[in-house]
Design a protein around this ligand. Structure first.
Ligand code: FPP
Length: 174
């Protein structure tokens, strides 16, 4: 392992506070084994369970995973719907384990345009886990950097139109 809790040992880095992972390569993983892409996604979800546990044990406070991008809607409809069901299955199957491990769940991304049942499951899982303290698993779902910039710009313009901010107030921090 690269990281140890203390960071005191030679050539071993201190444990990071936040690790972010782009969940990629599921399809290639499955192809190489002559399996359908869905098998790669299942294996990816199972690996996420394991990585979450490793992060908790090491003392990582935040694990962010990029699971579904706003561009992923252009995948075949069967793949999109199997990814949605896999997320729901993951949340239901592993919630007791995440509870034991003190894992609080957060989501980031455009919840509004998700199917109602998926959004409801996500919101419920987030709400149920809100008192867990050891670490946070942040799932970026229906997330996109471009969409985030659009939303941020809209909010800034709304504030400007209400006269709350002036153009010169706009900086990187805002
Ligand atoms: C990228 O691999 C992976 C995805 C687009 C989906 C990842 C999402 C899940 C496993 C769904 C469940 C989510 C959670 C948080 C449990 P790819 O298909 O782009 O692989 P490739 O680049 O090899 O084709």
């Amino acid at each position: 392992p690269f990281f140890r809790k203390s960071g005191a040992e030679k050539n071993i880095l201190p444990c990071p506070r936040h690790i972010a992972i782009i969940m990629d390569g599921n399809g290639r993983w499955a192809n190489r084994r002559g399996l359908p892409r869905s098998a790669g996604h299942n294996a990816g979800a199972e690996k996420l369970r394991q990585v979450t546990e490793w992060c908790g044990d090491l003392g990582v406070k935040y694990l962010t995973v990029y699971a579904f991008s706003t561009e992923n809607w252009s995948r075949p409809p069967e793949e999109v719907s199997s990814l949605m069901s896999l997320l729901v299955k993951f949340l239901k199957k592993y919630d007791p384990e995440m509870e034991r491990q003190g894992v609080r769940l957060r989501v980031l991304g455009d919840m509004v345009s998700l199917p109602d049942d998926i959004r409801a499951t996500l919101e419920e899982a987030v709400e149920n886990s809100k008192n867990r303290k050891k670490m946070q698993l942040v799932i970026a779902f229906n997330y996109g950097g471009k969409r985030e910039l659009v939303y941020a710009t809209r909010k800034i313009v709304e504030s400007a139109l209400k006269g709350k901010i002036k153009p010169e107030d706009i900086n990187e921090e805002l």
